[in-house]
Design a protein. Sequence first.
Length: 629
Amino acid sequence: MEHGSSAIFLEVLLLLGVGVAAGALFKRIGLGTVLGYLAAGTLMGPVLRVIGEGEQILSVGELGVVFLLFIIGLELKPDRLWALRRQIFGLGLAQVAVSGAVLAAAGWLFGLGIPAAIVVGFGLALSSTAFGMQLLDEAGETNTRHGQAAFSILLFQDLAVVPLLAILPFLAPGGENAGIEPMRILISLGALAALLLAGRFLVNPLFRLMASAGAREVMLGAALFVVLGSAMLMQAAGFSMAMGAFIAGIFLADSSYRHELEANIEPFRGLLLGLFFIGVGLSIDLSVLKDAWPVILVAAPVLMAVKAALIFGLCRIFGETRGLSIRVAALLSQAGEFGFVLFSAAASERIFSAETSSVLVAVVSLTMVLTPLSTFLGRRLDRQDAEEELEEDFDGAGSEVLLIGFSRFGQIVAQVLLSSGIDVTILDSSVDRIRTAERFGFRIYFGSGVRKDVLEAAGIRKAGLVAVCTNKRETTDRVVDMIRSEFPNVRLFVRSYDRTHALSLRARGVDYEIRETVESALAFGGATIASLGIEDELAARIVEDVRNRDNARLKLQEAEGIYAGSDMMTTHVVTPEPLVRPRPGLHAVEKMPDGEDHGAIIEDDAPKRRRRGRIFVGRRRRAHRVASR
């Protein structure tokens, strides 16, 4: 007994150690943790034969799939679904249906039976949510148009997993004779109704009671109870555990404890899902791969090419631009981690053999490895397509103001200028932004603001002012340097990134610069203190005072450097808070134990309020309060 326990603990230790190391390594080289877990499982199982209980690990790891679908359900709030309804239920549905049907037909032509072809086709039609969202996030493209389109397709694919898992028993041998009993339908509907009522009327009181206990482990236990209890309930009603967890997540999406549930479940989801992928690696039959490696090497790139072509065509049919269609097709051309789930479940249901499942897992893994390359090629093709599709036609260009950059900052600036009756020539190098703007009636000229010939063609010699609203610091600097070098008499108004960038732009001699977040942050702060009981007039004066002190400090830094005031031997002493030395009559000052003065903005003539407000100011972690009069 003791020897058996030691062996179990050793296996757990190996799983944790090798899994963590492989996941971290693969993540660092850009291949993602999923492939790392697969590699770890393959190394410990088929290669070194250290662990041989792949099926038991898979059965535990399947809880990771349950938790994953529960979290997906929690994210599907009605307002989010409604905002993306066309792309999710239009483009996403079309992608799954068309790609699944085409790949299933191909599988049938290559000798698979109809049930096996359906599972293989639709399993390979699903892309990798982990890879797709990771690549979008790393490139900062999650909120771009192609990022939203890719997210919508991935979201519907996640939804499609639930019915695909549900139909596996009907595709299994003997499943075609399975009938649907009326009593089973009533039990299923009753379970759904019970789950809906529990989510609406019991979960919030339950978590309120748990929260009042003040014990985090109690909240954690309640979260696990909700997920596993709903999964077991739905399994008893004839659904899969994964579908039960998914439905429970949807029902709880509007719960006030949704974020608490997600935060508590997320660590278990990641750990158990990683264990699932390790189990998949343990279950791979290397002898099969040794014989089938030519098929795998050919099938993976062919699969990616077919999926990319289908996704590109569907995006174009749904009215998306050529560049967006290329980017989405390249990003989602791989097969995904849900394929592992479907193929493992199908093998256990004897829809096809374990050898076939091993080959399919290897094909999916190879497409994941090739994903960074396909995404890179998609970006290159999109750039080439932009150059071919849009010519630098500057017919009619030349206005009082030349605005460079039409991102969200430039769009608001343009609306102010156009609303005042000022004629504006807008220049941008993003094909997607230009196409979008044309739908709203904007005329934007395609071209790069770092090229002298483009600036001249856009009418910079006629412009009385150039507004540089580009959203990358490097691009802004290049545009400013070009204009200052070639057109030194042009007035330059520039959007700056941060304080250091603002100072560098002033050193370049721009006529006006503003940090992109400073005014919105001041407005936000003013609204916050107003909501806390400070009168509107006083709140406005406080905000104005902060603005003035910030400008004063910026001028001092412009004259003496970014660290002006940090050295006590300098003429001007500027501490981080307040930004400049408080002016008499504007601040209440309290002496701290260290002998320093710390000022808080409190007007002497401020009217009395019913509630006593407290303002905390200080340096580092020391703070004091000044009560309003």
